[in-house]
Design a protein around this ligand. Sequence first.
Ligand code: NAP
Length: 263
Amino acid sequence: MTVLVVGATGSIGHLVVEEAIRQGCTVRALARNPGKARELPAVARVVVGDVTRPETLSEAVDGVDAVVFTLGSDGAGKVGAENVDYGGVRNVLRALGERTARIALMTAVGVTNRTGSYNRATEAHDWKRRSERLVRASGLPYTIVRPGWFDNNRPDQHRFMLLQGDRRQAGDPSDGVVARRQIAEVLVHSLISDRAIRKTFELVAATGPAPKDFDALFAPVDADPPGALDGVHDMPNMPLNDEPQRVRDDLDAMRTHKFSLIP
Ligand SMILES: NC(=O)c1ccc[n+]([C@@H]2O[C@H](COP(=O)([O-])OP(=O)(O)OC[C@H]3O[C@@H](n4cnc5c(N)ncnc54)[C@H](OP(=O)(O)O)[C@@H]3O)[C@@H](O)[C@H]2O)c1
């Protein structure tokens, strides 16, 4: 399996690169700054591209079987959230054209919380949630992972809890914690487990042993209904009719694309 990692130089992305190599994948790492990509394992093929510039993405997607998105626009405010967290996903999905690829998208626990101070300041939740909607609308086989707070877990917290409905919205580590390496592990495993297809879940770590069987981990999670905009148990607090016209246009374009015919 050839896996493209979008966000490969980031704190999660570089671990996804390592994990995918460990699991025997051929890895392609998208990097806008080749200097930063020098720290990635040498067997990963670095492709230079910027997700906000669609014309730079064709080489990255050529021949890929799967894409893992771990983009982050932290510090770039509303514009960054729209252009990178959302626009980056849209542009890579568009660049895939008619190719069928497994998608693993990382967003965040609390992504459906629209009224908290973080989202009011950055709109990062809203734009990440819109990127989730685009992935669902693409018709591609996907898994959406919403991790808890990074690296706040204790050394005995190896067990994974996959939650749904996004009801943990305190906006601090009491919402759940998980190690960066664990997030990378789940993202990569989701690409190769049919039990992870069309599923959206929050990911946190708990006291207990690490899973041995990822199919068994993903199996009890409810799948999103075909054609759904949001995760199966999410709150309906982002009505499509209230969405910006450009977002609705993107969704329509994604839905009517040829690959939306894949069952
Ligand atoms: N912190 C937490 O506890 C927590 C919990 C759950 C979810 N999250 C979410 O996780 C995200 C952060 O993940 P992280 O720590 O891995 O982020 P990060 O270290 O900042 O990495 C972000 C990645 O995105 C890439 N990127 C940004 N703009 C790009 C562009 N225009 N074209 C191509 N690549 C681009 C960056 O490339 P460069 O290296 O070139 O910058 C980098 O590889 C945040 O958005 C946050 O919402 C965080």
